[in-house]
Design a protein around this ligand. Structure first.
Ligand code: ATP
Length: 245
């Protein structure tokens, strides 16, 4: 598979504090790549740097194009869409209006088609289309946030901790939908997560992030035995992770 996205020597600083250092990362076409690590490891900073939302050092290329000259808006036009953690949907707007925000630049017909596709993918929110978004449950809000991100038919979805604050059953639902998205569309995803067990179900490759650097990398094939999964949890993730299945 060809690489859709690659970063070389990616770095992020906040003032004098270095949050991300010398990160190399590749995402193949239609691949799902996960960044795992503890709070404050630098995962969100990597996603925001790729989206162009914060300044970054290093080289990044997307579909053969150098990203460094493109601002955040131009990157969205190229198909790079960031879905922030904590959902950040607009609570006072309805479900339909939130979806509209993700596709504001589309013509009416395309907009309706995409909206229908999103509601098929997330039937939980289809029945709530005219409800204000604040009335949705946490899992439904996360589905709405992902649906809004997908409205513009991105090529690379940057998904920041979709399981944050969700009950285990809802996390499972959100991840099931991610599997469907992966299978049904040509989309590639960079997924930031702390939940190793769920991430394993969707990711083709994982990068382990600690103190702003990549400390390990595994492909799904590397993790096909319980022993190999236990090793990774012990080496990179430590206590607090549920035992891998
Ligand atoms: P979490 O899972 O808690 O979101 P993370 O792995 O995504 O963590 P980042 O949010 O990228 O980590 O943060 C990496 C480091 O950069 C942390 O030390 C954090 O305090 C710092 N940081 C993040 N955003 C800012 C900011 N806007 N200004 C200053 N420092 C920041």
């Amino acid at each position: 598979m060809a690489d859709l996205f690659s970063a070389r020597g990616l770095g992020v600083r906040y003032g004098v504090a270095r949050a991300v250092e010398n990160v190399d990362l590749t995402v193949p076409d239609n691949g799902v790549v996960a960044l795992l690590g503890a709070n404050g490891a630098g995962k969100s900073s990597i996603l925001k740097a790729i989206a162009g939302l914060i300044p970054a050092e290093g080289q990044m290329s997307f579909a053969g194009e150098d990203l460094s000259r493109l601002n955040a808006r131009q990157r969205v036009r190229r198909g790079i869409v960031y879905v922030p953690e904590g959902r950040q949907i607009v609570g006072s707007l309805t479900v339909a209006e939130n979806l509209l925000l993700g596709g504001f630049h589309l013509d009416g017909r395309t907009l309706r088609q995409r909206r229908e596709a999103m509601l098929e993918l997330f039937p939980e929110i289809a029945g709530r289309i005219h409800s204000p978004a604040w009335m949705l449950s946490g899992g439904e809000q996360q589905m709405l946030a992902i649906g809004r991100g997908l409205m513009s038919a991105p090529k690379l979805l940057l998904l920041d901790e979709p399981s944050l604050g969700l009950a285990p059953l809802l996390i499972r639902r959100v991840f099931e939908r991610l599997v469907t998205i992966k299978q049904e569309s040509g989309l590639a995803i960079i997924l930031v997560e702390q939940n190793f067990r769920m991430t394993m179900k969707v990711a083709d490759a994982m990068y382990f992030v600690r103190n702003g650097i990549i400390v390990g990398h595994r492909t799904a094939a590397d993790l096909d035995t319980p022993a190999s999964r236990a090793d990774v949890v012990e080496a990179y993730l430590g206590a607090g992770q549920p035992a891998p299945a």
